[in-house]
Write a protein of this length. Sequence first.
Length: 136
Amino acid sequence: MKTTSQKKTEGTPSQIRTVEQPVATAPVAPKQDNRLPIDTEARKKNRTLPTEKVLNLLLNKQPEIYRLAEVVGKWVWVTFKEQPAAEIRQQLAQLGFHWNRERQTWQHPCGQFRLRGFQDPHEKYSSYYPADHKTA
């Protein structure tokens, strides 16, 4: 059996390290949590809102995000071309959205917490962009 740890026998004593002599490292500062605070009770309540109320909240509070919203079945999805600013992510989370890593989109369940199956929901449910249907 070949071992990966072999003693180094060449070099000066300061260059030779053994398992018993740990390498001195600079202390690592704990990672700061830069996330903005979220009112968890309001978020829980917002996650149960029906589709139309979620769309109205987006239209009134975040019209630029409303233009990106897509309704898939009863869920509301918001997809960005690149990662949005931390403030926008915080606002989406506050409104009840969550990030779906698999679909690369922010989703709001609109009270429907189970979307079963691993297929693309577009295949099963109709979808539309509410900003396209809203009259100016």
